[in-house]
Design a protein around this ligand. Sequence first.
Ligand code: E4P
Length: 215
Amino acid sequence: MKFFIDTANLDEIKEAAALGILDGVTTNPSLLSKESMPYRKLLTEICKVVEGPVSAEVVATDTEGMIREAEDLAEIAGNITVKIPCIKEGIKAIKRLSEKDIMTNATLCFSPMQALMVAKAGGTFVSPFVGRLDDVSHVGMDLIRQVVTIYENYGFKTEVLVASIRNPLHAVDAALMGAHVATMPFKVITQLIKHPLTDVGLKRFLDDWEKVNKG
Ligand code: E4P
């Protein structure tokens, strides 16, 4: 499973990239609004730090506007992936952009049939938002299981990018279900490596090693 970081914060992206296991980045208008750098410059910098796909979202809601914005965003760097919302106009835009070889990430996906339409349109990624489904008392990860099964049934190439991840269990389930990508906030990425028994065990080994040296 690929690891993407879900942030537009350059320091967090650099720190996650330094782990050597970061495969990509997802941003959205809300994440970009938290940063002070102008968004084009920021996206340019992010694309220099991470070689893999870097998602940047359109804000137009009509097909032609989405395509114009997508072409403009794609000029920033070769690894820009254009986020397009899962609406009717978005499906048309994804189809047209796939014909132009511009990578897309269908965002705000909340149903298996939205995901099927994205795959039929030739989307590069589909982003089901699991945390936001949990927030309204639906089991977000059930959607991932359904989308993975549907894509496997028909051999679609679109990758399932689990988004709106809020905790390590979402990431565990994503991997068990065979999702292609998990995009996670910096905090969750750091939680994945942390285990109290590792810390306790390491301290004990180091303390005992001190005794070895004294002997
Ligand atoms: C994914 O691409 C989105 O940017 C993100 O995962 C949304 O997460 P949130 O629901 O925590 O805002």
